[in-house]
Write a new protein. Structure first.
Length: 277
């Protein structure tokens, strides 16, 4: 009998922005370069992401259920599922249903709780939406919040300066909420950015990289895509985070050299070959 499951696959639930290098637009080439088939489930279609002054936007919520139903007919099984930006309570409910229907014993679920940055939630994230996002945490084998999102998820006041022990406490709280492994990304430490890797019952690991420029759009999507694909390919969480952080640093340097506008993300295309090795 014909099977569609003879190659490793990761389902990516995120928006599709035609320009700006973020979400599905980066996940698809990155995961593919790492020799895993990427299967997108779009939550919305945008001409370019929302940090631009204007953009075309088409909400895909009403189309997600019939889309998922066709995948069910095909009997698709996924070694990984990666969720990103979600635009409404209805989408969060649909994602939970997708995870319940498509997560198998061998599936690694990565939840990137894209809710805010620099201490503030994004404009679309009402308190009700933030509360609803917490219900996705128990589904996560790997949870990848930045500091702002970790604070939102744990109802912790945000501040500028953090000790590693304090971030570890945030990770422990998210673990108690149900996430098995947590990566708190982008912790500022002088001239370095630190990623804290937390796994229940194990020593906390820190992955530090030198700051090479201001944060750019889409790097979080590259980060989560590399981690998802690397873990599906058998890498440890620490090694996957190290690969993702190093790759993004190289991409930012190239983008500065090419004078790429901040809105346009990073020119990762120059370096995709590194991920295939």
């Amino acid at each position: 009998m014909e099977s569609h499951n003879n190659q490793k696959k990761i389902a990516v639930v995120n928006d599709f922005s035609g320009f700006g290098r973020c979400s599905i637009t980066v996940a698809l080439p990155v995961i593919s370069a790492m020799k895993v088939q990427c299967c997108p489930l779009p939550t919305s279609i945008l001409s370019n992401h929302t940090a631009f002054d204007s953009f075309f936007f088409d909400d895909y919520t009403s189309k997600m259920e019939p889309y998922m139903a066709e995948w069910k007919k095909l009997g698709l099984k996924f070694e990984g599922i990666c969720t990103g930006f979600l635009g409404s309570k209805e989408q969060i409910a649909l994602v939970k249903r997708f995870l319940e229907e498509f997560t198998g014993d061998e599936t690694t679920v990565l939840v990137d709780p894209v809710m805010g940055d620099y201490g503030k939630p994004y404009a679309t994230y009402t308190p009700e939406m933030c509360s609803e996002m917490k219900t996705l945490v128990p589904y996560a084998d790997i949870l990848t919040p930045n500091l702002t999102e970790a604070c939102i998820l744990t109802d912790t006041p945000y501040k500028e300066n953090w000790k590693i022990a304090e971030v570890t406490e945030l990770a422990e709280m998210m673990s108690e909420m149900g996430a098995e492994k947590i990566v708190v990304s982008g912790i500022p430490q002088g001239s370095y950015l630190t990623n804290l890797c937390y796994e229940r019952g194990q020593e906390v690991k820190l992955v530090r990289t030198k700051k090479v420029g201001p944060a750019r759009h889409g790097t979080g999507d590259i980060f989560s895509s590399i981690i998802a694909a690397d873990v599906v390919n058998g890498a440890s969480l620490e090694d996957a985070v190290r690969k993702a952080a190093g790759f993004i640093k190289v991409c930012i340097i190239s983008s500065i050299e090419r004078e790429i506008p901040m809105t346009d993300g990073v020119c990762f295309e120059d370096h995709l070959g590194k991920l295939a090795r």
